[in-house]
Design a protein around this ligand. Structure first.
Ligand SMILES: [Zn+2]
Length: 350
């Protein structure tokens, strides 16, 4: 039986008011408007529940949750130079995390072949257990991954973060565990400044925090090759039971906040690679929206990601098939070969 892909959203995402700020409600409106024109790409639309306090506490400290709730009920304000709250922000953040959790519930219930996309604001991957930062209040993907481990009994979750910024919050939250493998591709140097290659995790988590920094100007060749030639071989060896993508679109060439050059097609190629990985490993695949501030490019790339995820694997994606192994991917393979022998030598399985 072919299961319907799921798209999770909630109107509360529009009530997180940020004023003159790149992370604004038009991002979600553009995505939903283009999706509407495309008949939601065949996705079943689901209204996201709010995360419960207990669910947030799978990752966040009670003090952090209280601070966000109190700031919103006081009418909002500025938490740091980048991170703004309004009266509606707490509810928006609850549904953003609740959407990611509901995505994971549905992915796991659907099993192999199930795909989905959770599109909310605010984004999440910079939020740490105890701190909001970088437009993020609660770490949606981390809450969802922890939910999968603790409530659904999964043992291994892969989080691939292709947002152009390093997902420092996700990295810190899963720093010392091997139950979540985080692979992050990000521009460096760039906000938040972390994400160097030597940041590998610690204790049981050593080697399960893989950073693939790229320089300004990196485009499809680099991003797609890093996914195909580094992230996918490592993921095969890890054998996750669930694949989540921290899906930011600010590596897009049109994005105003960073200097990478990924095209719509590049995002489609990365989506094809994670879809095919899910099929190969017989596990579900879901995306949780992070950044992406060129509104039209964001909407197009999200829609292409969703179309690609929902399509059956056929011939390899044209870009994926044509691409040489990028020099940065070769370098990463050499660097990571001791920890992850599967990447050694640039050998790819057919
Ligand atoms: Zn970002």
């Amino acid at each position: 039986m072919v299961r319907e892909p799921v798209f999770l959203s909630h109107g509360a995402s529009r009530e997180h008011e940020t004023g003159a700020h790149p992370e604004h409600a038009a991002r979600i409106e553009a995505i939903e408007s283009l999706l509407g024109e495309r008949h939601w790409c065949g996705y079943q639309t689901v209204t996201s529940p709010a995360a419960s306090r207990a669910e947030l506490e799978l990752v966040h400290t009670p003090a952090h949750i209280d601070r966000i709730a109190a700031a919103a009920s006081a009418g909002g304000g500025q938490l740091d130079p980048d991170t703004v709250l309004s009266a509606g922000s707490f509810q928006a953040a609850l549904h953003a995390s609740g959407g990611a959790i509901e995505l994971v519930r549905r992915l796991v219930a659907g099993g192999p072949g199930q795909v989905g996309f959770s599109a909310h604001r605010p984004p999440g991957h910079h939020a740490t257990a105890n701190r909001a930062m970088g437009f993020c209040l609660f770490n949606n993907v981390a809450v969802a991954a922890r939910y999968a481990l603790e409530k659904l009994g999964l043992r291994r979750v892969l989080v691939l973060d292709w947002d152009v910024h390093h997902g420092n919050g996700t990295s810190e939250i899963f720093w010392d565990t091997d139950a979540v493998l985080l692979i992050s591709i990000h521009q460096m140097p760039l906000y938040p400044g972390s994400g160097a290659t030597y940041e590998l995790g610690s204790g049981r988590g050593y080697g399960y925090n893989v950073n693939l920094p790229v320089p300004a100007g990196a485009g499809d060749d680099t991003f797609v090759s890093l996914v195909r030639d580094v992230a996918v071989p490592i993921a095969r060896a890890y054998r996750p039971e669930l694949v989540l993508v921290s899906a930011g679109y600010d590596a897009h060439a049109e994005d105003p906040l960073a200097d990478c050059r990924v095209s719509d097609t590049g995002f489609g190629a990365m989506a094809a690679l994670v879809r095919d990985l899910g099929h190969e490993l017989a596990v579900p695949v879901g995306c949780v929206l992070e950044g992406g501030y060129a509104v039209d490019a964001l909407a197009r790339s999200v829609v292409l990601t969703m179309e690609t995820l929902a399509a059956q694997p056929a011939a390899p994606d044209a870009l994926v098939a044509a691409l040489a192994v990028d020099p940065l991917a070769l370098e990463a393979q050499e660097r990571l070969a001791e920890l992850w022998p599967a990447v050694a030598g640039g050998v790819r399985e057919p």
